[in-house]
Design a protein around this ligand. Structure first.
Ligand SMILES: [Zn+2]
Length: 90
């Protein structure tokens, strides 16, 4: 991985994304770019999962496939999770 400095991570919200591989990719027009595979922890179930992005890291996926919930804020999940731990919710 020569493109990113050693130990590079991205923190989005309070979620940490760690790059685990970079692959060269040819775009439609024929120009070269890189695709990055990131590893992060799902804020809903705490499992590690991977996602693929281009070099522009914009609005990355927050949750794993099992927990995906487009449009629902991650902070709502966290509040529910905390209530479950505290025994407020079943
Ligand atoms: Zn999950």
């Amino acid at each position: 991985m020569s493109v990113l400095p050693r130990g590079f991570t991205v923190i989005w919200g309070d979620q940490t994304y760690v790059p685990i591989s970079i692959q060269a990719h040819v775009k439609k027009g024929g120009s070269l770019t890189n695709l990055i595979t990131w590893e992060t922890e799902c804020p809903s179930c705490a499992k590690q999962f991977t996602l693929l992005t281009g070099m522009a890291f914009k609005s990355p996926r927050r949750r794993c496939d099992a927990c995906k919930a487009p449009g629902r804020k991650v902070s709502q999940d966290k509040k529910k999770f905390r209530k479950q731990i505290e025994g407020v919710l079943p």
